[in-house]
Design a protein around this ligand. Structure first.
Ligand SMILES: Cc1cc2nc3c(=O)[nH]c(=O)nc-3n(C[C@H](O)[C@H](O)[C@H](O)COP(=O)(O)O)c2cc1C
Ligand code: SF4
Length: 515
């Protein structure tokens, strides 16, 4: 006795959501308990599977995959060892094979295929799980053929505007210049969104590979990831992964002997919603105050430091490796209409089972809210959901059968944006939510144009009069006129889209404005 009796691999996520729920202490408790029992255990700190309500979700490698236990607290660790969890033993927190959990099994994971499965910053593990196959194929293609694959895939920007990625890349490729850039918009400012963070923390090489392919496609040699400073774990993971990629020649002066060069670095934003808008982001990257640049010229023609620049969201760029690996046609086979591929849906707010769901476009809001989400956390009926961040419309129950598809959402005056869904139960006061949309705009406005800078502040004042019942009909008309002015007269989407939450609240929940 006294010898190690078992060698086991246990996975405890290092994702920020899991850490906030105690994953660090759980990992340490497992190490300590194993030591006390003289059991040889390797604890791998993986990314999250995205089932946030099960975090900390501890997984154990067993003969047929991975057995899950969750949510685990430090107090559960001893009983897990007693139940022989290292061999997949029965325990009240046992979830069975992780990939058989219905919430996970129903998904179509393309962009998130590795997240939660691999060691996030192990290049070896990345390569063992199909990593860098897309880049290696891209190295053998002409830039035009790389762009053709991306165009054929039907990929549209996941940051909000849903602009076709292939067309954007072609514009940069065709712009003559000595220096071009690839920039990644990792500001992820929308309320209820976390897909970018989870990907960067759980599979940072995927983003790095996507950016490298983009660089080869357009002839860029420099790249920056513009990361919000509130993501310290993503920052560390990206920097570690970038260092490893340099060391093994996947970044730098001569990428895997191809003669192509691409240098990549992370830059931190200081925390302003408007710095997620692409031209503001470029200003901020140049070290200036984050303010909108009038367009034209487009960043693709005159972007960072006045040079042709790709600006793409994390999800757009992280979708590129699998498109290059498996071909544009493969990716295009997922989805509906002009919304091709998969959407990474982030389910948050008052919901029983919040988390990350990757599914082909076309799944309905109702399926997401009830089949995945299980209704509200409070147990009360869902009254409204806001889709697409703080500038997205509020949708009532009668619109829950809308498929997640850019055009279907546009037809109901709503937007999918970055795929964030925030759930509210029947205690929500929609007049206050409408007021908050205007207040948010006032707080975050860059101040460059009048409809947004002045309109949002006046809007809050007028909404207060509506809410307090002062000359309500008059003030409601004023709000409608103000929304019209902001929609048509604002220089960018912050002022231009604030009418969406305001008018949808007024249209679908008029009773809340007449109390
Ligand atoms: C107010 C505002 C905030 C935005 N915030 C973000 C953001 O946090 N992340 C992002 O990727 N795009 C954001 N966008 C969209 C970007 O301007 C741009 O469309 C996007 O980064 C382009 O990348 P894509 O084509 O891959 O979506 C925002 C737009 C507006 C108007
Ligand atoms: S709409 Fe608002 S955020 Fe956008 S440019 Fe005008 S003032 Fe700035």
């Amino acid at each position: 006795m006294g010898e190690a009796i078992v060698t086991a691999t246990v996975f405890v996520p290092r994702d920020a959501a899991a850490l906030s729920l105690g994953a660090e202490d759980v990992a340490q408790a497992i190490v300590d308990e194993a030591k006390t029992r003289k059991i040889d255990v390797t604890v791998v700190r993986n990314g999250t599977r995205g089932m946030v309500w099960l975090e900390p979700l501890v997984e154990v490698a067993v003969s047929n995959g991975r057995a899950g236990y969750g949510p685990v607290s430090v107090n559960d660790v001893r009983s897990l060892f007693d139940a022989d969890f290292l061999k997949g033993g029965k325990h009240p927190l046992g979830l069975g094979p992780v990939e058989e959990i219905p919430y996970f099994k129903k998904q179509e994971r393309l962009t998130f295929a590795r997240v939660g499965l691999t060691h996030p910053v192990s290049l070896e593990d990345y390569i063992a799980h199909d990593g860098y196959q897309g880049l290696m194929r891209a190295i053998g293609l002409t830039p035009a053929d790389i762009i053709k694959e991306v165009t054929d895939s039907g990929l549209r920007g996941r940051g909000g505007a849903a602009f076709p990625t292939g067309i954007k890349w072609k514009t940069v490729a065709d712009a003559p210049a000595d220096q071009k850039y690839v920039t990644c918009n990792a500001d992820e400012g929308d309320s209820g969104t976390f897909a970018d963070r989870m990907l960067m923390e759980g599979d940072p090489f995927c983003l790095i590979e996507g950016m490298t392919i983009a660089a080869l496609a357009v002839g860029a040699t420099e790249g920056y990831i513009y990361l919000r400073c509130e993501y310290p774990h993503a920052h560390r993971a990206l920097n570690t992964a970038i260092e490893a990629a340099y060391k093994e020649g996947y970044l730098g002066e001569n990428i895997r002997g191809s003669g192509k060069k691409f240098n990549l670095a992370v830059r931190l934003g200081a925390g302003a919603y408007i710095c997620g808008e692409e031209t503001s982001m470029l200003e901020s990257l140049e070290g200036k105050r984050g303010e909108i640049r009038p367009r034209p010229p487009l960043p693709a023609i005159k972007g960072l430091f006045g040079q042709p620049t790709i600006v793409n969201n994390v999800m757009s760029l992280a979708s590129v490796p699998i498109i290059l690996q498996k071909g544009g046609e493969f990716y295009k086979n997922f989805g509906v209409g002009r919304s091709r591929g998969t959407l990474t849906i982030q389910l948050a707010g008052n919901v029983k089972r919040g988390g990350l769901i990757e599914q082909a476009f076309g799944v309905t809001l109702r399926e997401i809210l009830y089949d995945y989400g299980g209704g509200t956390a409070s147990g009360r009926p869902i009254r409204a959901v806001q889709v697409g961040g703080p500038l997205g419309a509020y949708l009532p129950e009668s619109q829950f059968d809308t498929p997640l598809d850019y055009e279907a959402f546009s037809n109901i005056n709503a937007l999918l944006g970055h795929g964030g869904i925030v759930v509210f139960d029947d205690t929500v006061d929609m007049a206050q939510m409408a007021r908050y949309a205007l207040e948010f705009c006032a707080l975050e406005s860059c101040g460059k144009c009048t409809p947004c800078r002045i309109g949002s502040t006046r809007g809050v004042e007028v909404m207060d009069r509506v809410i307090s019942g002062q000359n309500r009909e008059f003030h409601l008309t004023l709000i409608e006129e103000l929304c019209d002015t902001m929609f048509n007269g604002s220089l960018c989407g912050l002022g231009g889209l604030t009418p969406y939450p305001v008018q949808s609240a007024l249209r679908h929940f008029p009773e809340d404005f007449a109390k």
